[in-house]
Design a protein around this ligand. Sequence first.
Ligand code: PNS
Length: 159
Amino acid sequence: MKVAVYPGSFDPITNGHLDIIRRAAKVYDKVVIGVLDNINKTPLFTSEERKELIDRVTSDIDNVECDVFSGLLVDFLKQKKATVIVKGLRTVADFEYEFQMALLNKALNPEFETMFMMTNSGFSYISSSMVKEVAKYNGCLEGLVPEGIIPDIKNKYIK
Ligand code: PNS
């Protein structure tokens, strides 16, 4: 059974993320979405909230599960019996950072492969940071994130 991990901050999950998840689920037997609980960042959503949003919008995909992790990604892969890291590439701007991470993860565990999927062109401009920027100024989030989580994002900005 080929298990892949799709790691990220997912603060919050976007339509670009969801597109990668759906496509990866067709390629691998199981896809585990790894939500990083990063103590160095102050996210909009807690890691448990981010997991809950992901669970909600991926509930229709049978071979996808989601878990929070902290520490090294390679350790999370081992814990999940995964051998592949799935990453989405939006633009060339993503490449340098992703290339560095892939090489580092390869150095940490040569058994694991990082596989890149090109983001669907319709989603290439979407990032969680942009979503938060739009939400902060009460802009329209339709098309950027799964519809069902728009109220959750908006609620975070209600004073
Ligand atoms: O969505 P992001 O914030 O770009 O995701 C970054 C992530 C979670 C993939 C990366 O920070 C990560 O893997 N962190 C875990 C710590 C780790 O393993 N670091 C060494 C490899 S980069």
